[in-house]
Ligand binder design. Structure first.
Ligand code: SF4
Ligand code: FES
Length: 248
């Protein structure tokens, strides 16, 4: 395939960025989107130009780092996949593809397509954990019975990879889907009850401090989430938050 790529180039966090056009040839439908970007970067390096900076690590949909906004959609046109799992067969010969970084106040651009997602780390640090006794008398996890329906819902919430596509897809740059997944994975389990009140209050407070917007129930986050995290988690977090506020 021959393609035209329009890519956001930005030298650093302070610089004014711009879209730059690159023609590319010889792209195979079986290549992943990141492999296509590797081909482009090899060409740029061979020409003595600066390669396009983008985040990536696992390249198998686990780490959540390959954040790219492709043709106006987080992680591109396919559903339930990350950019590294997106295949070039989703595009046609002659297509023009626009590639931008996540755009949100909580995710400032570092360079080109790489954004700073440490705001998500700070939200996690505010409450996305449980404290357990590790002194040698830890209770066997299997000794605590948990309804299958709750175990499944907690597992589904725990599959959130913290990629930030929900924020990038939301007109308000809301991080509610991410935070609600992190709250829900503990709210559904007995192990999460000890710190439940502080967890939801502190994580929501940190989310607000990081500059993420409010949820107005448009549902774009759920559509674009590569892990299919459900809006039900937001409803659960709202209930947890209300209960915690009344207690607190
Ligand atoms: S909820 Fe989905 S889109 Fe948002 S960070 Fe988690 S995996 Fe990514
Ligand atoms: S590189 Fe890890 S999810 Fe894409």
């Amino acid at each position: 395939m021959k393609l035209t790529l329009k890519i956001w180039r930005q030298k650093n966090a302070q610089a004014k960025g711009q879209m730059v056009t690159y023609p590319i040839d010889g792209i195979d439908g079986d290549m992943s989107f990141l492999e296509m970007m590797d081909v482009l970067n090899n060409e740029l390096i061979n020409k003595g130009e600066e390669p396009v900076v983008f985040d990536h690590d696992c390249r198998e949909g686990i780490c959540g780092s390959c954040s790219m906004f492709i043709n106006g959609e987080a992680h591109g046109p396919d559903r339930l996949v990350t950019t590294c799992q997106l295949h070039m067969r989703k595009f046609k010969d002659g297509d023009t593809i626009t590639i931008e970084p996540w755009r949100a106040a909580g995710f400032p651009v570092i360079k080109d397509l790489m954004v700073d997602r440490s705001s998500f780390d700070r939200i996690q640090h505010a409450g996305g954990f449980i404290s357990i006794n590790t002194s040698g008398n830890t209770q066997d996890a299997n000794a605590i019975p948990i309804e299958k329906i709750d175990a499944d819902a907690a597992f589904d919430a725990a599959t959130c990879i913290g990629c930030g596509a929900c924020v990038a897809s939301c007109k308000n740059s809301s991080a509610m889907l991410f935070v609600s997944a992190k709250v829900s994975q503990f709210a559904l389990l007995p192990q999460g009850q000890v710190e439940a009140t502080d967890r939801v209050l502190n994580m929501v407070k940190q989310m607000d401090e990081e500059g993420f917007g409010n949820c107005t129930n448009t549902g774009a986050c759920e559509v674009e989430c590569p892990k299919g995290i459900s809006l039900e988690n937001i409803a659960r977090m709202n209930r947890e938050y209300l209960a915690a506020s009344l207690k607190g």
